[in-house]
Design a protein around this ligand. Structure first.
Ligand SMILES: Cc1ncc(C[n+]2csc(CCOP(=O)(O)OP(=O)(O)O)c2C)c(N)n1
Ligand code: SF4
Ligand SMILES: [Mg+2]
Length: 287
């Protein structure tokens, strides 16, 4: 097998054989290597879940946060050291359910981070409850009569909030997934990549075959800078579009608009703490 600078050597991976997470991990490592990013310059941030274990399976700096709370530390890490490549990666339950409020406000804030979501339409780690993206009618040990509400649409949400990069990929297509990840990581601003990922143990509805027959690739006729057209694509019902659906490269990033970089462009993490100011804050004199 071809070696990759992000390989961890012989490690135990706690995913089921056949899980779509393996292909996502491989595609991410290949994309990072092609972009010539180095492990010491990469920070992987995640929450809790099967997908959220991914930072433990590649060589990089890791911040493993609370359930649903990957985006705030990812935003902060990038803000204090804009030279780093920061990837926030978790599952659909973690990012779209528990972390939904952070998702909304991170899209609005537009930090220069990549947000990869393993969308298996189920809670995998906790053994098969419905997630926000579970399809109507999906039966689980908790939703015994089937899910009764429409699934959450992360692509439509991203376009509605003018998230600066919104894409969808499929874990069953390695090459396309890698290409989409390369574009997302290269994008300057917040980039959402929703990856359709089969969970072979707890989702017997949304299988590799189901995803294949319910998706199609956007062709060159689609202009990702056309927000209205992108919104139309996001709302399509029969098949889900794969590829870069929306991109707005005009939006300023959080790191460039935050006041700490107004007069001094050097990374915040390299500055000496202003102890006098800090003391004033603590003693309330600075209020
Ligand atoms: C505050 C809190 N609530 C609930 C849980 C239990 N819990 C752990 S992972 C998880 C869902 C994970 O689902 P998803 O993000 O889709 O990841 P997957 O396992 O499917 O990859 C839940 C509900 C928790 N750890 N913390
Ligand atoms: S439970 Fe599902 S998501 Fe978790 S490792 Fe197994 S197949 Fe993958
Ligand atoms: Mg999930």
């Amino acid at each position: 097998m071809e070696s990759n600078i992000f390989d961890m050597g012989k490690i135990d991976i706690a995913w089921c054989p056949g899980c779509g997470n393996f292909a996502i991990l491989k595609a991410l490592k290949a994309a990072l290597a092609e972009l010539e990013i180095t492990p010491h310059n990469l920070v992987m941030v995640s929450g809790i879940g099967q997908a959220a274990k991914i930072p433990h399976y590649l060589r990089a700096n890791v911040f493993n946060g609370l359930h649903g709370r990957a985006l705030p530390p990812a935003t902060a890490i990038k803000a204090v050291n804009p030279d780093l490549t920061v990837i926030a990666e978790s599952g659909d339950g973690d990012m779209y359910g528990e972390g939904g409020n952070h998702l909304i406000n991170t899209m609005r804030r537009n930090p220069d981070i990549t947000n990869i979501v393993h969308n298996n339409m189920v809670y995998g780690l906790t053994k098969g409850q419905a997630s926000p993206t579970s399809r109507m009618g999906f039966k689980t040990p908790v939703q015994v009569r089937g899910v009764a509400i429409e699934p959450f649409n992360p692509i439509a949400l991203g376009i509605a909030l003018d998230a600066s990069f919104v894409a969808r990929a499929f874990a069953g297509d390695f090459e396309q997934m890698k290409e989409i990840l390369i574009k997302a990581i290269s994008h300057h601003g917040y980039a959402l990549v929703d990856i359709l990922q089969p969970c072979v143990s707890f989702n017997k509805l949304n299988t590799y075959e189901w995803f294949k027959t319910h998706t199609y690739y956007l062709d060159n006729a689609h202009d990702p800078t056309d927000r209205t057209a992108a919104f139309g694509v996001a709302l399509e019902e029969n098949k889900m579009a794969l590829g870069v659906i929306y991109q707005n490269s005009e939006r300023a990033c959080f790191e460039t608009t935050t006041t700490v970089y107004e007069d001094n462009k050097g990374p915040f993490c390299n500055r000496k703490p202003n102890l006098e100011k800090l003391n004033d804050l603590i003693t309330s004199k600075g209020r």
